[in-house]
Design a protein around this ligand. Sequence first.
Ligand code: GDP
Ligand code: MN
Length: 380
Amino acid sequence: MNLHEYQARDILRRHGISVPDGDVAATAEEARAIAQRLGGRVVVKAQVHAGGRGKAGGVKLAGSPDEAAAAARAILGMHIKGLVVARVLVVPAAEIASESYVGMIVDRVSQRPVLMVSPAGGVDIEEVAARTPERIFRLAIDPRYGLLPHQALGLGFRLYRDAAQARAAADVMLKLAVAFTAVGASLIEINPLAATPAGTVVALDAKIAVDDNELERRPDIAALRDLSAEDPAEVAARAAGLSFIKLEGNVGCCVNGAGLAMATMDLVQFYGGAPANFLDIGGSSNPQKVVAALKIITADPSVRAVLINIFGGITRCDDVATGIVQATQAFPLAVPIVIRLTGTNEREGLAILERAGFSAVTDMDDAVRRAVALAQGGAA
Ligand code: GDP
Ligand code: MN
């Protein structure tokens, strides 16, 4: 789950990291009032779950309350990476002498949280990582001890030569590491951590992604979820109890079990196609889940063929077949569908499908080959 910058800032502040004052506005007039209260120059920032807002025009400097209102008017309603901006954050503009990067992720390779810092922070950090990776410094953190003060100070000196600034940056890192664990983050990032001309160090941006598996025991964090800012298909999938991830291809996949879903995607690729999604209806056998899955898959305009791949175990083929029939009665399919059903109650399932005018196959290779051909506009 992604948090908005204004939510992430609150969390950082609660952990003792100093972040500038500021407030959230949903209208230009609200933005004007906040700018008036803050006095002087402000920055108006789009609140969406996307990086690169600065480059997309979603971060604007304003010299007066009028300019802040105009900036808010320009940013509200803007699309950034497919997401509509519904709110802006208005903060006092800081003078920036230099921009650093400080972030933490869960690293699968070292199986540890890894702290990453770079003196080359700012909007081009991806380019720094790609072109000059030696300018990014990493430290895997031993979960038994957490980040230790001497380690943080060592990294602080990678960012600043000045001892006071290095110490200030180290202090931010130590608090960031505590926040990381406290909220169950998979990613936490301050970019830029800015040095001001006066020599202070201040967090000018904040990003936190929380591991969904950590939410159940953190209701206060779970309550920060902003459904209106998320992809509607993923929201619908979560509500229906489906595991769903949107992908780039055109073969819509509806599968039971994560392992079979992965194998199905591999096979789609193997036969020259590309999956439009990962979708696992789970191990239970509930026709409603199939209906919900087909609704989500067919709502995606890039889907050219639907592939249903069911290996019945606990999941019963007759229940899935009932779900398919119900779904296609509720919303007629505009694209061809290929059904592979095998396992528990296979015969009953095939009979239900045949009565409704569908045919199904039992061989997975066969089904995937057909679906790929249909998605490419050929015959099955
Ligand atoms: P992002 O592009 O989504 O990461 O948004 P950021 O909040 O990081 O803003 C992008 C860039 O805008 C920063 O890297 C800064 O260069 C600039 N910026 C953000 N806040 C301020 C500010 O208070 N003062 C100044 N001068 N520049 C700022
Ligand atoms: Mn940033």
